[in-house]
Design a protein around this ligand. Structure first.
Ligand SMILES: Cc1cc2nc3c(=O)[nH]c(=O)nc-3n(C[C@H](O)[C@H](O)[C@H](O)COP(=O)(O)OP(=O)(O)OC[C@H]3O[C@@H](n4cnc5c(N)ncnc54)[C@H](O)[C@@H]3O)c2cc1C
Length: 455
């Protein structure tokens, strides 16, 4: 193809994470001339380095933990952890050995053109990839996602530390690991490794794990981590990192911690640098893109996924993708609404939440009421500890947030997501039937904490 060639198309999608792939294939199926541009792997972080491989690890670690409970409940079991089936499943079943040929074919079968390369905005509706300029009559969709970020700690950049992209490719586990970062990603990896016999220390700058979630959720997870022998050092400052003689050492001021490996899970940076944002009239230094309810970020420009700062989750990327498809095809809404965005940290216990925390509700100007309950009915059944915290707006008598911590936290949370999304009045929720003995029955006892009449 000649350099500086111009090709007229309908839509260009830059970055094919879960949402971008969906937009490209849906619009192509609808008959539009679509070009999808991806510099790494079609599907993005989720299938190759994020959700899918990490949840395969979680499922394996959970199986070990369940087997270890046999002596308490049902006799005897001998547990010998082995990482090789986990590594093999991730390579063969999840990632095709980090090969996206199947995803590329799926996209092309839908009728889209695929271009491997780095896309750059070159003006409204214009995208440059390797010397070719695509001129998109309808516009451009950005779905460039995030990459692992490393905090500016002295010495860190010179060490062979791991990120999630290394952790999911491990074929064997080390004897010990420091996980730098006690957010969702760090906590999931930490518990997986510990359950496979690795000595794990989590180092977190904030004063608790999962600092964005309810304090009660953090406390429950910290208790579970302590019971599994995972050391948590929260509220510490990392002065420097050094790597010598096959070992990492973190200087935390009044103490040092060392381990064979260091996994940095301390946040993500958005892939917006050198994207040509200025050519589209946007701030080239932006760390996220502001979008309206139709995900429009500028003239003939849409943005979806992690770069919108509305929750770095696959389900948010897919939700926004559906909005963009409707907008481009001239269909009616619904348009984007973020009151009931759910999120789950897949630790044991799972930490699930939807909507606002109590703190966020106060920050948003509400005067919230809260109520809590424990997973009572299921506790005696399987010695399952957990809690529910509800955040209500008394002025409207509806829930605005909920957290569920427990082995089925993510599933129980779903009914609360429905309640928040549909603004179900609290009296209506209280008048429901709750099956016995399920975990979600604890929602009923939590609701009772608000007072008022129930059944
Ligand atoms: C370890 C881990 C576990 C996770 N677990 C979960 C989970 O359980 N549930 C959940 O909902 N979410 C989870 N996430 C988050 C989830 O992976 C992301 O939110 C999801 O991938 C959506 O991201 P995205 O659509 O913004 O794009 P991404 O998946 O980040 O993909 C963006 C794509 O754009 C490409 N790109 C970037 N710039 C350019 C350019 N200029 N030209 C061409 N291509 C470009 C990149 O190569 C990439 O493939 C996890 C993340 C991690 C790291």
């Amino acid at each position: 193809m000649a350099a500086d060639e111009e090709i007229a198309v309908d839509v260009v999608v830059i970055g094919l994470g879960p949402g971008g792939e969906h937009v490209a294939s849906r619009l192509a199926t609808a008959g539009l001339d679509v070009v999808g541009v991806e510099e790494r792997l079609v599907g993005g972080e989720c299938p190759y380095y994020g959700c899918v491989p990490s949840k395969m690890m979680v499922a394996a670690a959970h199986t070990l933990a369940e087997a270890r409970r046999v002596p308490d409940f049902a006799g005897a079991a001998q547990v010998q952890p082995d990482w090789s089936p986990v590594a093999q499943r991730i390579r063969d079943e999840a990632t095709d050995d980090w090969d996206d040929a199947v995803a590329v074919k799926r996209l092309e079968d839908a009728g889209a053109r695929f271009v491997r390369g780095r896309g750059q905005l070159a003006g409204p509706g214009r995208v440059e990839v390797g010397g070719t300029t695509y001129v998109a009559a309808k516009g451009v969709v950005l779905n460039t996602g995030t990459a692992p970020a490393a905090p500016p700690i002295e010495g860190l950049a010179d060490t062979p530390y791991w990120t999630n992209r290394d952790a999911v490719r491990l074929t064997e586990l080390p004897g010990s690991v420091i996980v730098l970062g006690g957010g969702a990603i760090g906590c999931e990896f930490a518990q997986v490794f510990a359950r496979f016999g690795v000595r794990v220390t989590v180092v977190e700058v904030a004063d608790r794990l999962l600092a964005a979630e309810e304090p009660e959720a953090s406390a429950a997870l910290e208790k579970a981590f302590a019971a599994e022998g995972i050391q948590v050092l929260a509220g510490v400052e990392v002065g420097s990192v050094r790597h010598a003689d096959g070992s990492f050492t973190l200087d935390l001021g009044d103490q040092e911690v060392s381990a064979d490996k260091l996994l940095v899970a301390a946040g993500r940076r958005t892939n917006l640098v050198d994207l040509g944002l200025e050519a589209a009239g946007l701030d080239p230094d932006a760390t996220s893109l502001e979008t309206d309810e139709r995900m429009r970020a500028g003239d003939r420009l849409w943005a979806i996924g992690d770069i919108t700062g509305r929750g770095a989750f696959t389900h948010v990327s897919m939700y926004q993708a559906a909005v963009v498809v409707r907008d481009i095809l001239g269909e009616d809404g619904p348009w984007a609404d973020y009151r009931a965005v759910p999120r789950v940290t897949f630790t044991a216990p799972e930490v699930a939440a939807v909507g606002m925390t109590e703190h966020q509700a106060r920050e948003s100007g509400l005067d919230p009421a809260t109520a809590t309950g424990d997973l009572g009915t299921r506790g005696w059944l399987a010695r399952d500890e957990g809690l529910i915290k509800l955040v209500a707006n008394p002025a409207e008598d509806v829930l605005v947030g909920a957290s569920v911590v427990g082995s089925t936290g993510g599933e129980v949370m779903s009914m609360l997501a429905t309640a928040i999304h549909a603004r179900v009045p609290l009296p209506t929720l209280r008048s429901m039937h709750f099956a016995y003995p399920t975990s979600h029955r604890a929602v009923e006892s939590a609701l009772a904490g608000f007072g008022g009449s129930g059944v």
